[in-house]
Design a binder for this molecule. Structure first.
Ligand code: HEM
Ligand code: HEM
Length: 140
C-alpha cells in the first residue's frame, strides 16, 4: 500500500484499537452510555477508512489524484473530531455540540469529495474494459 491508501489503513487501525477499547470499557463497566461513540468509531472510523484504503489501493489513478490527500485530511480531521467530540458530548459536556455538528458536516463533505474522486475512476475503468479487445474475440 502507498500514499493515501496506507494513510487510511493506518487511521482505520487506530480507530479499531480506540473503538474496541471503548467497547471493552463499556462492557466491563456495564455503562453503555458511549454506545454511539463506539458505534461510529467502529463503523464510520474503522470500516469506512478501511474501504477508502482498499479503494485507493485498487485504483492507482484515484490515489494519484491531487484531491486524494484533501479527501484524506478532511475525512481524518473531521472524523476524529466527530468521535472524540461525541465522547465528551455524551459524557455531559453539552457546550461541545457545535463542534460535533461542524465535524459531522466536514465528514459529509469528505464523502461528497470521495464521490467526486471515486466515481469517475470507477466508470473510466468500466468504459475502458468495454473497448479493450478481449483475447480471441472477433475484431469490431
Ligand atoms: C472488543 C470488541 C468489542 C466490544 C467489547 C464491543 C462492545 C459493544 C457494546 C458493549 C455495545 C453496546 C451494546 C448495547 O448497549 O446495546 C456495542 C455496540 C455496537 N458495536 Fe461493539 N464492541 C466490539 C467490537 C465492535 C466491532 C468490531 C464493531 C464493528 C466493526 C462494533 C460495532 C458496534 C455497533 C455498530 C454497535 C451499536 C449497535 C446498535 O446500534 O445496537 N463493535 N459494542
Ligand atoms: C455525518 C455524519 C453522521 C452523523 C451526524 C450521524 C448521526 C447519527 C445519529 C444522530 C444516530 C442516532 C444515535 C442514537 O440514537 O443514539 C446515529 C446512529 C448510527 N449511525 Fe450515524 N451519523 C453519521 C455518520 C455515520 C456513518 C458514516 C455511519 C456508518 C458508516 C454511521 C452509522 C451509524 C450506526 C451503526 C448507528 C446506530 C448505532 C447508534 O445508535 O449509535 N453513522 N448516527
Amino acid at each position: 500500500m502507498q500514499g493515501v491508501a496506507r494513510n487510511f489503513f493506518t487511521l482505520a487501525i487506530l480507530y479499531a484499537i480506540g473503538g474496541m477499547m471503548l467497547g471493552l470499557a463499556m462492557s466491563i463497566s456495564g455503562d453503555h452510555g458511549q454506545m454511539p461513540t463506539h458505534a461510529h468509531t467502529m463503523v464510520a472510523g474503522w470500516l469506512m477508512s478501511s474501504v477508502f484504503a482498499f479503494f485507493y489501493h485498487l485504483f492507482p489513478a484515484a490515489r494519484a489524484s491531487r484531491l486524494a490527500p484533501a479527501h484524506f485530511w478532511l475525512t481524518a480531521v473531521s472524523g476524529v473530531v466527530l468521535v472524540v467530540g461525541l465522547y465528551f458530548l455524551l459524557a455531559g459536556n453539552a457546550s461541545i455540540e457545535p463542534l460535533v455538528a461542524l465535524a459531522s458536516i466536514g465528514f459529509f463533505l469528505g464523502m461528497l469529495l470521495f464521490a467526486f474522486i471515486a466515481l469517475p475512476a470507477v466508470w473510466k475503468v468500466e468504459s475502458l474494459s468495454g473497448v479493450m479487445p478481449t483475447p480471441g474475440a472477433a475484431p469490431r
